[in-house]
Write a protein that binds this ligand. Structure first.
Ligand code: SF4
Length: 337
């Protein structure tokens, strides 16, 4: 069937102006031709270092930012040319979970009024009706429904993220864009919140795009993972393939930095230390954007931008010299056995 979300060749270029006449002199290519799709009930992890364009992509899906070009289809409907008014009913269907559970909750409001705020949109308006609905949501996210009258500061960081999730669920969304949903939390709490998101997905049939800066966070929750670098998707694959046989050198480098020893993650190499920093999206390198840092780069890499192409079933890579591209499936199996 149609994917729930389909993003095609999405771009966001922020103009840079200079001089008295404020002429546009350049553009920051924050998102530069991103495509992916997410099926109903699936989780796509969107991973990359800060500045790679993942958050800008999330904000465009939420329609908090207008794309410069490209297409965003939700249930087959093009969102990029909808007016704000026609977008309004869809806003309920697509909700966002934010990184910082501290700043995204109004400290002067009780949990009941924070989580209950969206309910008038659904026609649940009597105080008792709202209270009951809020208490059900609090229970759903693992909080004590009796804590309805407490304020955000009375909760721990993990509990506050649960409050944020409860508020998001009040509108019964179909798609949730979670921007670094656990990176502000203690490591010991992160797994609990990820598990909660997974349980809610099973229970409510939710679809997620989970944005993260490292591959360890999205590993367990993702069905597929897209790796971004300098405004482009450099590799997309099923979770198991991406973590066990990555084909893009950048994915390999990110994976070599995954801290938790895990027998299923390839550990047959040293940690890859990339040279230099991520170049500025104001002046991205020509050809493959990764070439100044890539240990496999050849002359062609500085000249021709590799397109994102399927190199193995369901594994798309933007690289002229992807790893293991030539290996026959039976050879790979032999290596693994
Ligand atoms: Fe490295 Fe070249 Fe592949 Fe880019 S295209 S990742 S520079 S090998």
């Amino acid at each position: 069937g149609t994917p729930l979300l389909e993003v095609t060749d999405l771009r966001k270029h922020f103009p840079v102006h200079s001089g008295l006449l404020r002429r546009q002199v350049a553009a920051v290519k924050a998102v530069d031709g991103v495509s992916f799709s997410v099926n109903r009930g699936e989780t796509l992890g969107l991973v990359g270092e800060s500045g790679c364009g993942k958050t800008t992509t999330g904000r465009m899906i939420m329609r908090l930012l207008d794309p410069s070009s490209g297409s965003i289809r939700f249930e087959g409907q093009e969102l990029t040319d909808l007016s704000q008014r026609r977008m309004r009913p869809l806003r309920r269907d697509i909700q966002m979970i934010f990184q910082d559970p501290y700043s995204s909750l109004n400290p002067r409001k009780t949990v009941g009024s924070i989580v209950g705020a969206p309910f008038h949109l659904q026609g649940i308006e009597t105080p008792n009706g709202v209270k009951k609905a809020v208490q059900e949501l609090l229970e759903l996210v693992g909080l004590n429904p009796e804590h309805y009258n407490r304020y955000p500061h009375e909760f721990s960081g993990g509990q506050r993220q649960r409050i944020g999730i409860a508020r998001t669920l009040a509108l019964k969304p179909k798609l949730i864009v979670a921007d670094e949903p656990v990176s502000a939390l203690d490591v010991s709490i992160q797994a609990q919140v990820v598990n909660l998101l997974e349980d809610l997905q099973d229970e409510l049939g939710l679809t997620y795009v989970v944005i993260a800066h490292d591959l360890s966070v999205v590993r367990h929750i993702s069905d597929r993972v897209a790796v971004m670098y300098l405004g482009k998707v450099v590799e997309v694959a099923d979770q198991a393939d991406l973590y066990t046989r990555p084909m893009h050198p950048y994915t390999n480098a990110l994976l070599s930095a995954v801290p938790v020893p895990d027998p299923n993650v390839r550990r047959d190499r040293e940690r890859i230390r990339l040279k230099g920093d991520v170049p500025s999206p104001l002046n991205p390198p020509p050809g493959c954007p990764f070439h100044p840092r890539c240990w496999k780069a050849q002359d062609i890499c500085a000249q021709i931008t590799p397109p994102l192409e399927e190199k193995r079933t369901s594994q798309q890579v933007a690289c002229h010299f992807p790893e293991e591209a030539g290996a026959a499936p039976d050879l790979i199996r032999k290596e693994g056995s």
